[in-house]
Design a protein around this ligand. Structure first.
Ligand code: AMP
Length: 251
């Protein structure tokens, strides 16, 4: 059976960039910073490509939601091996519930058998969108996947959970979110980057999908974590023990 895979890819500040909080505490400075595909989403694209290479997936559709520049993130997915892209373009700051509603609308149009998302986006660390999407669609979910097997009409997902691994069996269609150990994403080769330029990207809007993306959460403030104090050298074990007794605090 034809298996279409939908892969949501988010444009985020590159993981190598050290972000700085804006002086007014209203968020993180992003202007002029290098932007990249969220690393967990690269793993999701890679997994979809491997399913296609094994003859299990028939088409890979990458979808990105946000400003027009998200089309660059889609081009990266296309250069890795996705077949086509969908850009849901909006200037509105998108929160996970809005993203999940928009992805639900895209999933209803595209009817994929599998949606593979990252477990979290490294900018806001929400870890919410995949779970919300599964709930809205009424589909089973296998989050934090470190192994994914497609078996006929089902998927077997090994999940990284506290204290070990858990294996769940899901009926398709299903939502899977990736963890770090699932695979090592490939780099796009130059010929594939060139080829990706000719792959189609469709542009939609939240209104066209019938979704109101207005934020529901209010950001109160963003602050840097406190800086660590410099350490001190002690002269003897006795002094160390004394300091541990009198000065050390649990923080
Ligand atoms: P989050 O719940 O925000 O931590 O994001 C989890 C996953 O949802 C990401 O790894 C992406 O696969 C997907 N996602 C979140 N926001 C977007 C977006 N704006 N565009 C495309 N995918 C997104």
């Amino acid at each position: 059976m034809a298996m279409k895979v939908l892969v949501p890819v988010k444009r985020v500040v590159d993981f190598n960039v050290k972000v700085r909080v804006k002086t007014d505490g209203s968020g993180v400075e992003t202007t002029g910073l290098k932007m990249s595909m969220n690393p967990f989403d690269e793993i999701a694209v890679e997994e979809a490509i491997r399913l296609k290479e094994k003859g299990l997936a028939t088409e890979i559709v990458a979808v990105s939601l946000g400003v027009a520049a998200c089309s660059e993130t889609l081009r990266t997915a296309l250069a890795m091996g996705a077949d086509r892209g969908i850009l849901v373009e909006t200037e509105v700051e998108l929160q996970p519930l809005a993203v999940a509603k928009l992805l639900k609308a895209v999933a209803e149009r595209e009817a994929p058998r599998l949606v593979i998302l990252g477990k979290q986006a490294i900018d806001d660390d929400m870890n919410a969108t995949g779970q919300m999407l599964a709930a809205l669609l009424g589909w089973p979910q296998g989050t934090f996947a470190s192994r994914l097997l497609i078996d006929g009409d089902g998927a077997v997902v090994t999940r990284e959970v506290d204290g070990g691994l858990e294996t769940v069996s899901l009926a398709l269609p299903a939502v899977v979110t990736t963890d770090l150990r699932l695979n090592e994403p490939r780099y796009a080769s130059l010929p594939n980057i060139m080829k990706a330029r000719r792959k189609p990207i469709e542009t939609l809007t939240p209104a066209a999908l019938g979704v109101d993306p207005t934020p529901r959460l209010t950001l109160v403030s963003v602050a840097e974590p406190p800086h660590r104090q410099a350490g001190r050298k002690v002269g003897s074990v006795a002094e160390l023990v004394e300091k541990l007794r009198t000065e050390a605090k649990v923080i």
